[in-house]
Design a protein around this ligand. Sequence first.
Ligand SMILES: Nc1ncnc2c1ncn2[C@@H]1O[C@H](COP(=O)(O)OP(=O)(O)OP(=O)(O)O)[C@@H](O)[C@H]1O
Length: 259
Amino acid sequence: MTVPVIEARNIDLTFQTADGPVHALKGVDLTIDRGDFVSFIGPSGCGKTTFLRTIAALEVPTGGSLTVNGMTADAARRARAYGYVFQAPGLYPWRTISRNISLPLEIMGFSRSDRRDRIDQVLDLVDLAGFGGKYPWQLSGGMQQRASIARALAFDADILLMDEPFGALDEIVRDKLNEALLELWRKTGKTIGFVTHSIPEAVYLSTRIVVMSPRPGRITKIIDSPLPRERPLEIRDTPEFIALAHEVREGLREGHGHD
Ligand SMILES: Nc1ncnc2c1ncn2[C@@H]1O[C@H](COP(=O)(O)OP(=O)(O)OP(=O)(O)O)[C@@H](O)[C@H]1O
């Protein structure tokens, strides 16, 4: 049974700037169901980050309505409905990996023993068991990004919002992290919203691909993936994968039609 987790209806968001209004989002309608893996793809400035931030109550829409787990985005944020992973790992260099993961838990008032259990559990989930005592600078970029994912997972929110988390990594590391993320998603059943610029990444990871276009930022196409949930990397060489990538590319091209 599908259970809607995020429901956006006719969302508008206009930023007032010194150069005039910027229509970052216009008429965005989207339902994300529990356990979906939804990628947002589109050219720079089409509002992908703004939409993710709106779900996370980091931006307030100027029109439309948005619910997260049946609550307002702000109530959902206070109920710790989601973890947020930024493009850069954003780990404090003077704290060990464990103590970086611990920080939000400390702020939320988790007990010391609860924090210890959760840290062990999420380090294991992102395949960093044994690295908790290291400092961020002792880890590779990919490991640091896994640590930041662990931090977002630590309080066990059922929604994970990820803004281009692997954009700065080389392709081999990115492949590995894509595989690891899929595995984690299958194991935990979380609902994931994922911003990317990469067509293969969107196609490999998602159950639904949301294609956006700029000026004003809007959804031009939503593609439901026919690929199975179990996806070895080699799936990228199959005709189904290639056809889907083609469909996304066409969607991106159509969105540019007015340029
Ligand atoms: N706080 C802000 N104030 C004014 N304009 C903003 C603000 N945040 C974003 N914008 C503008 O809103 C539009 C959408 O930006 P957004 O960052 O959501 O796009 P994006 O699709 O995530 O782009 P990218 O792929 O480059 O990250 C852009 O034109 C951007 O300049």
